[in-house]
Design a protein around this ligand. Structure first.
Ligand SMILES: Cc1ncc(COP(=O)(O)O)c(C=O)c1O
Length: 403
């Protein structure tokens, strides 16, 4: 990347990251989005809002999450020092709650009484249901019927927390279809409802808003690594579904040009098989869920089904800021397959006593398979963005462990 860009200045006032992003929605949605944008701008500059957010981050979520030196895995690889940013230790087990607290506090400020959300792995649905229980809000979660089956523990928890789960049977019965239904619900219930989007996708201002709430991950990590190592890391590495945990870690480092950044997409059964979710490396730009971004699509512009063993990465699109960061070369996007992720899942459990979610297992798989590419003493921060309890049963056969 030759040009010097100040990444803090994006998106522009039209919600664009270069040519990506924007707000391509039905007219009925426009006033809602403009209202969310206005209210978010107010909240962002309000000391009270920041104070409230920090209070819940600290006392409810358990932030700051530790930055942990994964010594045994580092030694297995050889020369490098890998740190895990342990967002799997957050209340509800993943990074998703950072964003939910932010958006629900905003919804409360706007006087909304009902929350809708979409979910894939169930982690965003679980986090939304949790925060709605906390603030006594009605919560409706749209979830693909395939995901309901493979993420049963989270469905059970959401119901216990009082959320209504609406199964979605259209399309591939996964995350993209759930998001379509949640958007439809929002349009029909504009008065009392707020749509809490779970990743850095959707129409402006959502990609920016979710990024800002998740940036607490990178802000903390920067402070922690400077304290432990007295210098910035050589690499940041995170898995990519819609892209929120990754941008949360990456965003505060984007202007630090020396820090190399790698996003790891789901390579599924292999990039050549077409059974994958690698929208950045294999897709083309197009429109989905109100924004312009890289998508898996056929030559007629029809969205192709995504596949990943990990429900949270199984999305044919990607947040628009990532599309821009890819094109300008600030971030490299690579992939890891289902099998490589399972191998990393097992290694992390055995060597570190940390059972990772399948999603961050992709990030670890990338590090493990590319161990020879790193230089001696390289410092890597990897986002351990979720814990694996939700995945154990769905992959138990592949793990070959008898209860
Ligand atoms: C633990 C975990 N990591 C990652 C993701 C992918 O989402 P994103 O790319 O927005 O972080 C999910 C999505 O459900 C998840 O549950």
């Amino acid at each position: 990347m030759k040009e010097k860009i100040n990444f803090k200045k994006f998106p522009d006032k039209n919600g664009r990251f270069g040519k990506y992003g924007g707000r391509f929605v039905a007219e009925t949605l426009m006033p809602l989005l403009l209202d969310v944008e206005k209210q978010y701008a107010k909240a962002k500059s309000s000391k009270d809002f920041k104070k409230q957010l920090n209070y819940y981050f600290k006392n409810y979520t358990g932030r700051p999450s530790p930055l942990y030196y994964a010594e045994r895995i580092s030694k297995k690889i050889g020369n490098v020092k890998i740190y895990f940013k342990r967002d799997e230790l957050n209340h509800t087990g993943a990074h998703k709650i950072n964003n939910c607290i932010g958006q629900v506090l905003l919804a409360l400020k706007m006087g909304k009484k009902r929350i809708v959300a979409e979910t894939g792995a169930g982690q965003h649905g679980l986090a939304t249901a949790t925060v709605c229980a906390l603030f006594n809000l009605k919560c409706v979660v749209y979830m693909g019927s395939l995901d309901i089956k493979r993420q049963a523990p989270n469905v059970f928890k959401m119901k216990l927390l009082g959320a209504e789960i609406v199964p979605v049977n259209s399309g591939t019965s996964t995350l993209k279809d759930a998001m379509n239904e949640a958007l439809r619900d929002w349009v029909s219930n504009v008065k009392d409802t707020f749509y809490v989007i779970g990743t850095v996708a959707g129409p402006h201002p959502y990609p920016m808003m979710v990024r800002d709430f998740q940036s607490v991950i990178g802000t903390e990590a920067k402070k922690q690594i400077l304290e432990y190592e007295k210098k910035l890391p050589n690499y940041l590495i995170a898995c990519i579904g819609g892209g929120s945990n990754a941008l949360g870690l990456f965003y505060p480092f984007l202007n630090d040009q020396k820090v190399k950044i790698i996003g790891v997409e789901a390579g599924g059964e292999g990039l050549k098989t077409k059974r994958h979710a690698a929208s950045l490396s294999q897709g083309k730009p197009g429109f989905l869920h109100g924004n312009y971004t890289y998508l898996l699509q056929n030559s007629d512009g029809q969205i192709i089904d995504a596949h990943s063993i990990s429900a949270g990465l199984d999305y044919p699109g990607i947040g628009p800021e990532h599309s821009w960061l890819k094109d300008i070369g600030r971030i490299k996007y690579e992939s890891a397959t289902d099998n490589e992720a399972i191998e990393a899942f097992k290694i992390c459990s055995k060597l570190e006593g940390i059972i990772p979610a399948l999603e961050p297992s992709h990030a670890l798989a990338y590090i493990l398979k590319n161990k020879n590419k790193f230089k001696k003493n390289d410092i890597i921060i990897m986002n351990m963005c979720g814990r694996g309890d939700k995945d154990l049963f769905s992959i138990s056969k592949k793990l070959n462990i008898k209860a």
